[in-house]
Design a protein around this ligand. Structure first.
Ligand SMILES: [Zn+2]
Length: 443
């Protein structure tokens, strides 16, 4: 029985989805043709809110059907089986939009034509509850794997989206002009644009697995998450039966170069750069650090590998300023420049610690999950000097053959303090020339 006008509207949207999916099937597929239907089709629909149970979640189960869908929507009768809600930190904007009257609180996503543009998985790592603990490996396949739930009226949202694009990077154009890279008309167009697949991933945390990665009890993790967000999610302490939490933090974007079908085949050579966001350098070219130059170098290495028949992956994590945020980061810049004797490598981490209490809050322990999701077991060329990233990947059983340091000539003069501090702290330096520690290097 349909109980309210809102429920009638939901049923109307679902019926429209069916009609649109049916319509889509008769169309010629474009280059973005979906691999799967993204909505329910051809099955009688059940109105929401009548007799539906919370689906059980069995994290790390062998199949999507056995694992069950993650439901963290806020709609009435949404049958939530997870704590928190969708879209990471943007969930707060959604709340604001509802408060401002711009968004109906019962809005149901129309997922027509939103299915992945390329196939990713399933890989054996998806069925190991210890390998993936911070994302939902089935998050991009919701429309396909949980079709039955969707047709029964459950509101299930994708936490991963996969699409295709071309990117235009000035450093890659420069590499072509310098003769280091060729425009092959396939991966790199004659205009210098680069063909990529990209995926956006929202965080989905399996709390027992997160606790295990950090070597703490699940109870302590839940209490600290609850208390340190000022009680934002009471279910963390009230519903210990709910094991999955969608935290209000930034996620990850993947840029992929080459043929995605080769992912996880265990033999295709792979280049990889794991990059943590640095808006000042990545976007605005700020010269106090090596972030953008190293990112550009990582992209170049990935393209090179793809052009040689391998594959390349750039993993971009939203962890601004070592996950301390830009306000802390800019405070530290001031503290570094104003201290007695000026900015120097031996006090680089100390200045951060003075302001933030820790030198770094990125915790690379969760980072390897994305590589497990992609089915990666071996990285042939790893464009990173970070010992923390290297150690985290190796601890998770991912083999790394070669570490590629940033070429010395790509280091901005003002970023010498950072590089020297990192080398002194144990970063892999390759052929980077090292100056005696204690000398200010912002020449
Ligand atoms: Zn930076």
């Amino acid at each position: 029985m349909i109980a309210s006008a809102a429920d009638k509207a939901v049923v109307f949207v679902l019926v429209m989805q069916v009609l649109r999916v049916r319509n889509m099937e008769s169309r010629t597929e474009s280059s973005l043709g979906p691999l799967f239907d993204s909505g329910p089709a051809g099955v009688p629909l059940t109105p929401i809110g009548t007799g539906l149970q919370e689906p059980t979640l069995k994290w790390g189960a062998a199949s999507a059907a056995e694992r069950g869908p993650v439901i963290a929507t806020m709609r009435k009768g949404g049958h939530r089986n997870a704590i928190g809600t969708h879209a990471g930190g943007y969930s707060v904007y959604r709340a604001l939009a509802i408060a401002a009257g711009a968004l109906p609180r019962d809005h149901l996503a129309d997922l027509t034509d939103t299915a992945p543009a390329d196939r990713i998985g399933p890989h054996p790592q998806w069925a190991d509850p210890s390998k993936i603990v911070s994302l939902d490996p089935w998050g991009h396949l919701v429309g396909h794997e949980f079709r039955d739930f969707l047709t029964r009226g459950y509101d299930i949202r994708p936490t991963i989206a996969v699409t295709r694009a071309h990117i235009d990077v000035p450093e890659i154009r420069a590499a072509i002009e310098a003769g280091r890279m060729r425009a092959d008309g396939d991966i790199v167009s004659t205009l210098g644009n680069v063909r990529v697949m990209k995926a956006a991933i929202d965080p989905v945390w399996y709390l027992p697995g997160i606790a295990a990665r950090f070597g703490v009890s699940e109870g302590k993790l839940r209490r600290d998450l609850h208390e340190q967000t000022a009680g934002m999610y009471p279910q963390l302490v009230e519903r210990e039966d709910l094991k999955v939490f969608l935290p209000p933090i930034g996620g990850t974007t993947i840029y992929f170069f080459g043929d995605p079908d080769k992912l996880g085949d265990g033999k295709t050579p792979l280049a990889c750069r794991v990059h943590d966001e640095c808006n000042g350098s990545d976007v605005f070219g700020s010269d106090i650090c090596t972030c953008r130059p190293y990112l550009a170098h990582g992209i170049e290495i990935c393209i090179e590998m793809a052009q040689a028949g391998g594959i390349g992956v750039v993993i971009y994590n939203r962890k601004e300023g070592r996950a301390l945020g830009e306000v802390t980061k800019f405070l530290v810049y001031n503290a570094r420049k104003r201290q007695l004797a000026g900015d120097r490598p031996e006090t680089y981490f100390k200045r951060t610690e003075c302001v933030a209490g820790v030198p770094d809050m990125r915790f690379q322990e969760l980072m390897p999950d994305v590589l497990h999701w992609l089915g990666i077991t071996r990285i042939h060329r790893f464009a990173s000097m970070s010992d923390m990233k290297y150690d985290a990947l190796v601890r998770q059983g991912i083999q790394i053959d070669e570490r590629v340091a940033i070429p010395d000539g790509m280091i901005p003069a003002d970023a010498r303090v950072e590089i020297e501090a990192k080398l002194a702290a144990g970063y892999f330096g390759g052929n980077i020339r090292s100056a005696p520690v204690g000398r200010a290097l912002d020449e």
